[in-house]
Design a protein around this ligand. Sequence first.
Ligand code: PMP
Length: 344
Amino acid sequence: MKNKKQVFDNVLDLVGNTPLIKLNRMVSNFKGNFYAKVEAFNPGHSSKDRTALYIIEQAEKKGILKPGDTIIETTSGNTGFSIAMVSIIKGYECILAVSSKSSPDKIDMLKTMGAKVYVCPAHVPADDPRSYYEVAKRIHEETPGSIYINQYFNELNIDAHYDSTGPEIWSQTEGKITHLVACSGTGGTISGTARYLKEQNPNIKVIGVDAFGSVIKKYHETREFDEKEIYPYRIEGLGKNLIPGATDFDVIDTFVKVTDEESAHAARELARTEGLFSGYTSGAAMQAIKQLDESGEFKDGDQIVVIFPDHGSRYMSKVYSDKWMQDQGFFDSQNEVTAENIQY
Ligand code: PMP
C-alpha cells in the first residue's frame, strides 16, 4: 500500500487504496474464495472518486485547467458527487446538468458540495436543446476554460482504473486472482481494471454484470445494437441503453444479467451476512456471483475479486426502504425481515 500516512493533506489524499475484504458467510456454500474491493472506502464513498480525480489531474497536466476554471458533467449520481468534491479542494467551479428524475436528496447533496445544479426535463429526447446532454454541451461551449468530463465516452475513464484499481487488486491478491466480477455502467471500472490485470495474466477471467433491460450483454455477444433489449429497470449505475465508448469489450470475457428484485435481495443479504452496507449494484454483483456459482463457473482454490462500487447510505429511500421494496412487489415471502415483522 502506498498510503501509510496517519495525517492527510486533504480528502483527495484518501482516494484509492481501498481494502480488499474477504467474504465469508454469504458465499460459504460456494466453491472458491471471494474478496470484495470495497470502493465505499473512498472519501466520496464510491469508485467514481478515482475517475473524477484522474480525469481532472490529466487535464491539469495538459494545461487545460487552471484554478477558477469550470468542470461540467451530466450526472446526479456518484460521479457528480466526486467531481464536486475534487472541485472544492482544487478550486474549480462544478456545474452539473441533471435530469428532473433525480431525487431532491441527491440534488441537495450536490448543492451542499458546492456544485451549481441545472435541473433539466427528463422526458425529452437526448438531442432536444433542453436535455441535460445538450445543456451540458452548451455550457461547455459557452464557458472558456471549461472541461466536459463526458464519462460514458471518455477514454480517460478507463485509464483511471488501469492506473489504480487494477494494480491495487493485482498487488492485494499477490497475483493470485483468477476471476474479476464487476458491474458495467460506463464500463470504465471493468475495462481499465481488466486491461491491467490481463496484461499481468491473460488467463484471468473477466465477468461483467449487466441488467435485464440493458443492451450491453447482447452487444458484447453480437456487436450489434439491439433495441429490443431495452426496457425500464430500477438498478442505477448498471447497464445502459446506448453503447458507451468507455467500455473496452475486448477485455471482458462474458456478461451475466441480473434482475432488479434478486439484486435488491442480494444487497440486503450482503448487509445482514457480511456487515457490509453497500449500494444496489454491489447486490447486483453478488447476485451475478450466485448465478455463476450455480452454473459451475468457480472451482475450489479460485480467487474471485468482486468490485462493490458504492455505499448503502445512498439507497435509504430505495433498496433499504421496506416500503419501497413492498411497492416494487419485491416482498413475497412472510419470512422476509421487514421493520414490521422484526421482533424486538
Ligand atoms: N455502480 C454504481 C452505483 C455506479 O454509480 C456505477 C457508475 N455508473 C457503476 C456501478 C458502474 O461503474 P462504471 O461506470 O465504471 O462501469
